[in-house]
Ligand binder design. Structure first.
Ligand SMILES: [Mn+2]
Length: 339
């Protein structure tokens, strides 16, 4: 059981054997970085600059510095081509052809990285890329073998008919889950994503801005979530533990974390398209990811919505640095030093 495993881990945290076991877990898998320079799912341009902003700030070398045994491969960026682009909205979906083509290409890359026995880390890009990321992961699994921690100020549960903007970065979850399949018209160029996940395998952390329709869906399906109020009441440690118990009680599922940088308070991550005040501190975000890593089940990560074209120079620097710390925590970085 996850909770038991964690408390055992913590009690051994200072022992070198435990640290070595964490390192060997990382080493056995290796890490595969894939950049997704994509902003067609967002309302603002600029998240396509996210991957290179992170690379230019030294992300890859800093992951390598976590341990001499860590094996990081940068798979470069996802490229896609459009067979044809009408430029029109289809079913109220902005840039549907781009979102479909990019995610299809990303799903194939994620599959390639997992076939290489590496943990994929997708550098967004806007949050619509979670469709390709999770679809790619799922291909070699049964639908119940994967659970998702969705760390975000928003629930991203809109459909083509409920969305007021048509921006697909607000819809990835509804494209991935079978419960909402009936809310969607048939969209041939999205057939490959297949909507086979169940909402019961998702849990949200950090919510503080949901649309009316999304709130109805939360009630109707009894969605698992811990909003900012829950974090205030219970503290981040309890919230992460409860969240993981909800979606992965026996610890047998693989864990995917889809981390939208806007989960963090704009104090730490203002260079993002839809910031909402009153969010996670950077320390809470890092701790959340350390706990995800400590479960030993963390198998993939999206880090999305870093937009270096927004905010001033200091905002960009803070946001990129915050994103790097979150990613490093997912790779086993230890705040009191690495061996
Ligand atoms: Mn999001």
């Amino acid at each position: 059981m996850w909770a038991l495993k964690t408390s055992q881990n913590f009690s051994k945290l200072s022992s070198s054997a435990f640290l070595r076991s964490l390192h060997s877990e990382t080493t056995a898998k290796g890490i595969g970085i894939i950049g997704v320079p994509f902003d067609k799912g967002a309302g603002k341009v600029g998240t396509n600059e996210g991957p290179n902003a992170l690379r230019d700030a030294g992300l890859i070398d800093e992951i390598r510095d976590i341990s001499v045994n860590i094996d990081v491969k940068d798979y470069g960026d996802v490229h896609y081509e459009l067979t044809k682009s009408s430029g029109r909205r289809i079913n109220n979906l902005r840039n549907l052809e781009h979102v479909a083509a990019c995610n299809k290409a990303l799903a194939e890359k994620i599959e390639e990285i997992t076939n290489d026995n590496r943990m994929p880390i997708a550098l967004g890009g806007d949050h619509s890329i979670a469709v390709g990321s999770i679809t790619g992961l799922r291909r070699k699994m049964k639908s119940d073998d994967l659970c998702v921690l969705w760390v975000d100020a928003h629930i991203d549960l809109n459909t083509s008919s409920s969305s007021l903007t048509g921006n697909m970065h607000g819809m990835p979850v509804s494209l991935l889950v079978k419960e909402l399949r009936k809310e969607w018209p048939t969209i041939p160029i999205l057939e490959w994503c297949q909507a086979q996940m169940s909402l019961k395998n998702f849990c949200w952390i950090g919510l503080r801005s949901t649309d009316y329709y999304e709130k109805l869906m939360m009630e109707k399906y009894g969605i698992n979530y811990f909003d900012m109020r829950d974090i205030e009441r219970m503290g981040i440690e309890k919230v992460v533990q409860r969240a993981l118990e909800k979606i992965n009680l026996d610890g047998k599922k693989k864990l995917h974390v889809s981390f939208d940088i806007d989960a963090l308070d704009p104090l730490y991550a203002n260079s993002t398209g839809t910031p909402v005040m009153g969010g996670l501190t950077l320390r809470e975000g890092v701790f959340l990811m350390e706990q995800a890593y400590n479960t030993g089940t963390l198998s993939s990560l999206d880090l999305v919505e870093v937009n270096p074209l927004l905010g001033n120079e200091r905002d960009v620097e803070n946001t990129v640095n915050a994103a790097k710390l979150i990613i490093q925590a997912a790779c086993g970085s230890n705040r009191t030093g690495n061996l």
